[in-house]
Write a new protein. Structure first.
Ligand code: MLT
Length: 413
């Protein structure tokens, strides 16, 4: 028998969303009549069809694959230049960020990249996460052996947790001591909070002072409505010396089932080798990707490129405003029901304090039993998420309105 990676045995629970699915399936088994009434506002999965511009581009690319002259086999490992160039121009140069096409790596998802990036970092780094946090950052560090065991609250040894709660306005305090790697996610999953230019400037200054690396997850940047909030960490001066950025087409263009994302690793951004020399992360990631990944299909990359056409920009803006109108309906519905509500104005997630001091999982059960609505328990995102709950704005208008109506009539305090 082979031995196993024992780090997996340190994981406290199943991955959050399958765990929710398991509990919902159990509920349906016990209450079969409730099955068709269930409304899922748990996982942030899109519901609206892909933008027409992407569909047209992908159909055309499929046809190209049918002819010798236009057929594509393996693509460039870093991604097709047509897509990297469109991203550099529209997402970075247009915002004054000094990022070039060859610093962009196309992938099939930010989750995979957030996990994979640990391959190129050492195991002796001090790693900080906000708490609550997107569980992938923590679990992947557990799996690779970067943490100790979990305590009763679910906090893993060796990781530094920076609480983000209503008490500190969901703004993580800059650590007093040196951390080597810090994960930041803005707009934030799960709290729906955003980071101002001033806040990000402080983080970049901290990272420069301590030689830290910021892993910046900007998967939800398209949902920012406030013109003063940065969409990219590279809008902050010197950020290219300290930060890697993860971006995705999943939420803005509805690619959760289509799969396309990208990671930006600026040239010059370096880590230290065992012999003390400086090594560029860009080259290491290129080497890692060319060994472990064969790229995103030509057809999908053509679809993603179409996001940047005039029609694609209009259609993705339409999708974003559709979900943000859902977020408004959720915010207002919950506020009317007497709950303390956060987020949901620059992010597709609404974060609430559970009523009557219920734990997050108690409120999950209350909501499921009394209204047949599925949300995500805040404690699933970390110990400081206990007593909070997340609702996602990704659903049909009809379901969102129905959900708020049910909450208003059943749970209003
Ligand atoms: C979420 O619900 O937090 C998201 O679906 C996570 C993800 O995109 O992986």
């Amino acid at each position: 028998m082979p031995t196993i990676n024992n780090n997996f045995l340190k994981l406290k629970a199943g991955y959050l969303f399958p765990e929710i699915g398991r509990r919902v399936a159990e509920f349906i088994k016990a209450n079969p009549d409730a099955a068709e009434k269930i409304i899922k506002l748990g996982i942030g999965d899109v519901t609206e069809p892909l933008p027409e511009a992407c569909i047209v581009a992908m159909h055309k690319a499929v046809d190209e694959q049918s002819q010798h002259e236009s057929f594509h086999g393996y693509g460039p490992e870093q991604g097709y230049p047509f897509l990297c160039e469109a991203i550099a121009e529209h997402d970075y140069l247009s915002r004054g960020c000094d990022i070039s096409a060859d610093e962009i790596f196309i992938s099939d998802g930010s989750k995979c990249d957030c996990a994979g990036i640990l391959d190129i970092l050492g195991h002796d780094n001090t790693i900080a996460v906000t708490d609550p946090v997107y569980p992938v950052y923590v679990d992947t560090n557990v799996m690779i052996g970067n943490t100790g065991e979990a305590d009763d609250a679910g906090r893993y040894g060796k990781l530094i947790y920076i609480p983000v709660t209503a008490e500190n306005n969901f703004t993580p305090e800059i650590p007093a001591t040196k951390v080597d790697v810090i994960y930041l996610c803005y707009p934030n999953n799960p709290t729906g909070s955003v980071a101002s230019k001033e806040t990000l400037t402080k983080w970049v200054a901290y990272a420069k002072q301590h030689g830290s690396l910021i892993l910046y997850d900007a998967a939800y940047e398209a949902f920012i409505a406030d013109p003063d909030i940065p969409h990219s960490i590279y809008e902050i001066e010197d950020a290219r010396e300290v930060a890697i950025e993860f971006r995705s087409f999943s939420k803005n263009a509805g690619f959760t089932g289509t799969r396309c994302a990208f990671t930006v690793i600026p040239k010059g951004l370096s880590g230290t080798a065992a012999d003390g020399s400086m090594v560029e992360l860009h080259g290491l990631w290129g080497r890692r990707q060319s060994t472990k990944f064969n790229g995103v299909s030509y057809i999908i990359q053509r679809g993603a490129e179409a996001v940047y056409t005039e029609a694609g920009q209009q259609q993705t803006a339409g999708l974003v405003s559709f979900y943000m109108e859902n977020a408004r309906i959720i915010r207002e519905g919950l506020t009317r029901a007497g709950m303390a509500v956060y987020g949901g104005t620059n992010a597709p997630y609404v974060w609430i304090k559970t009523p009557d001091n219920q734990t997050s999982w108690e409120f999950f059960d209350t909501l499921l039993n009394d209204t047949h609505i599925v949300g995500t328990p805040g404690s699933g995102f970390g110990a400081s998420g206990e007593g909070y709950f997340r609702l996602s704005a990704f659903n049909s208008r009809e379901n969102v309105e129905d959900a708020m109506q049910r909450i208003g009539s059943v749970l209003a305090v």
